[in-house]
Design a protein around this ligand. Structure first.
Ligand code: DGY
Length: 334
């Protein structure tokens, strides 16, 4: 029997390639940093039964129509705002993602950004490198305390809850805002539910971890930033468009909030000339929330497992639109 043909849109760890090769003929865009050009992607998808999507390729209805042979898109990320899932479901195309395996690593980064922004770590390194360190003085480089402060988590899903567990070790008061209260989470870490505005008013650290959807785009704008304390720190480890960058720039420039820690941007890669990066109270990293060797390897493996399972008639571990599997079962699977 001929093996299904799959496309991998960027170099991935060998462990994932091994999983794919057990059942598939594998074609890889074998580059670490250079993204696959769009025309190349479309051409390769047309000849593929499935694809392991690495990076933020936009997978929408017109693209799926260009490549009708491709029935599975396995996204190597937990977020799938790059994929039009409704369009996929309407076409009987399966989408999978990689939840769970990146939770703790991403929570580490979000917590690290809280500390880095509050204690001015990046600014401090720049002061040393630029020869501006004149010596110790009482209020030199003073920041905000993390220990004992109030944390406000917007989007306390898997990663937000992992941030909350870390916050307990820092004796923080934990507030959260979700669409609905989560009594089990509250019992586990002693968190309290707040409406969004109340959370913004009360928190010393606001950590944004919601998925990007039409409802969350621009969730934190000028009005919301104006509710925050002048000593508060904002961390965005979700997706850039959840926070209005222009409004954030103005709030940070005018010191209406203390600092921001950013892992994500409206446009990625962000330009080094971006106004936000000119501010001393911004700590920025290049979308590395899940970037540990172990976690990125596990994400690639899980994406490969999803792809192989879907293409060989088994249940993929983490489908995004499982209704497509039910549809397939009716049509093709005994
Ligand atoms: C994710 O998994 O969604 C990370 O942000 C990587 O894109």
């Amino acid at each position: 029997m001929t093996k299904p043909r799959v496309l991998v849109t960027r170099r991935v760890p060998e462990a994932a390639q091994v999983i794919l090769r057990t059942a598939c003929e594998v074609h890889t865009w074998d580059h670490e940093e250079e993204p696959m050009p769009q025309d190349e992607l479309v051409r390769a998808l047309r000849e593929s039964d499935g694809a392991l999507i690495v990076g933020m390729h936009r997978i929408d209805g017109p693209l799926m129509d260009e490549a009708p042979r491709c029935r599975v898109y396995a996204n190597m990320a937990v977020g799938y705002d790059n994929i039009d899932v409704a369009a996929a479901t309407a076409r009987g195309v399966l989408i999978t993602n990689t939840p769970g395996v990146l939770t703790e690593t991403t929570a580490d980064l979000a917590f690290g950004l809280m500390i880095a922004a509050a204690r001015r770590l990046y600014e401090g390194q720049r002061i040393i490198l630029e020869g501006r360190w004149k010596g110790w003085s009482p209020m030199f480089m003073t920041g905000q305390d993390v220990y004992g402060a109030t944390l406000g988590i917007i989007g306390a899903g898997r990663i937000g809850q992992a941030v909350a567990r870390r916050a307990r070790g820092f004796d923080m008061r934990i507030l959260y805002h979700n669409r609905r209260p989560d009594p089990a989470f509250e019992a586990e870490v002693g968190a309290s539910y707040r409406q969004l505005d109340d959370l913004l008013r009360e928190a010393d650290f606001v950590v944004v971890l919601v998925p990007l959807t039409p409802e969350t785009r621009g969730l934190i704008g000028a009005r919301e930033l104006a509710l925050m304390k002048p000593t508060a720190v904002l961390v965005n480890a979700a997706r850039g468009p959840v926070v209005d960058e222009r409004a954030l720039y103005a709030a940070l420039r005018d010191r209406r909030i203390w600092a921001a820690g950013l892992d994500v941007f409206d446009e990625e890669p962000v330009s080094p000339d971006h106004p936000l990066l000119s501010l001393p109270n911004v700590t920025a990293v290049p979308h590395i929330g899940s970037a540990s060797v172990r976690t990125r390897t596990r994400m690639a493996e899980l994406a490969a497992e999803n792809l192989v399972a879907a293409l060989t008639g088994r249940q993929p571990p983490t489908p995004v639109n499982p209704e497509v599997l039910r549809q397939w079962r009716k049509e093709r699977w005994p």
